[in-house]
Ligand binder design. Structure first.
Ligand SMILES: NC(=O)c1ccc[n+]([C@@H]2O[C@H](COP(=O)([O-])OP(=O)(O)OC[C@H]3O[C@@H](n4cnc5c(N)ncnc54)[C@H](OP(=O)(O)O)[C@@H]3O)[C@@H](O)[C@H]2O)c1
Length: 243
């Protein structure tokens, strides 16, 4: 995209709006639009408009005159069809980032409408890949699935870490000792998995000797896949929010 098309409005200066501002401001001319400045905003001044307000606030807007702009949404539960209707723009990229984007380790699922050009897609990928890994999930249903898996995912992982750490304390360690052992184990295992190129199953087999401690722990874990229920519940809720 040309320099002239680097004028970006970010609507909503909350948690996600500020993160977007942080990684866009080096190469773009940013205008933060808040509740106070919203009604006086000259929308035609912007080639790109990022929507980072709560879905319930967005639904209160009847229309936004963004017909010339590329619209980037991070809002949960607002479909590309609704985005096109309210913004009056045919060019919409719907994204679903997760909170590790704050430290440049985000996972962003995205999809786009057919009118988005290749140059705009390239721009989006270049900019968002600075702070997250990207996956084109093709459509709104893909976004609902990613909402369950990667956007809600940090919450599931934090809950797991809490439980793991509570169990470690029950063995007689202090909170600090337990948390250090648990957090470093999660971090090291995830990094090894990512960097080694090996599957989780292979790495699990490598650390599981017959009759050893890992084998004893894994036997106690059982083979029930509780993640299926967790993800189905979150996916179903994402679908309800998209209605
Ligand atoms: N936080 C996450 O982890 C996460 C992850 C993925 C996606 N998202 C999505 O990102 C969006 C923003 O989330 P957030 O956590 O950043 O919310 P937030 O911290 O509540 O920020 C939203 C901001 O938008 C402002 N606002 C409301 N209506 C506005 C309007 N008409 N014009 C301009 N500003 C307006 C709010 O002002 P007031 O304070 O006055 O209400 C608030 O400052 C949500 O749709 C959420 O689903 C969030």
């Amino acid at each position: 995209m040309s320099n002239a098309s680097k004028r970006v409005a970010i609507v909503g200066s909350g948690t996600i709006g500020k993160i977007l501002e942080g990684f866009l401001q080096a190469d773009h001319q940013i205008t933060m639009v808040n509740r106070q400045t919203f009604s006086n905003t000259q929308w035609q001044d912007f080639a790109i408009v990022c929507l980072a307000i709560k879905p319930q606030d967005f639904k209160l807007l009847t229309t936004l005159p963004l017909d010339q702009a590329l619209v980037i949404s991070v809002m949960t539960g607002i479909t590309t069809t609704t985005l096109m209707q309210i913004t009056q723009s045919a060019k919409v990229i719907r994204t679903m980032p997760n909170t590790p984007i704050k430290i440049g380790l985000g996972m962003t699922a995205w999809c786009k409408t057919p009118a988005v050009t290749q140059a705009e897609t390239d721009w989006f990928q270049t900019v968002f890949s600075k702070v997250s890994t990207l996956l084109d999930v093709i459509d709104d249903d893909g976004i609902d699935k990613a909402t369950a898996i990667s956007a809600s995912g940090p919450g599931f992982i934090f809950a797991m870490i809490e439980q793991y750490s509570t169990a470690a304390q029950a063995l007689g360690l202090t909170k600090e000792q337990a948390e250090l052992l648990v957090i470093e184990t999660f971090f090291g295992a995830a990094t090894l998995l990512k960097q080694s190129g090996l599957s989780a199953a292979t790495l699990r087999e490598q650390v599981t000797s017959k009759g050893g401690t890992t084998a004893a722990g894994l036997a106690a874990m059982g083979s029930d896949n509780q993640w299926l229920e967790v993800l189905q519940a979150a996916y179903q809720r994402a679908q309800e929010l998209s209605q």
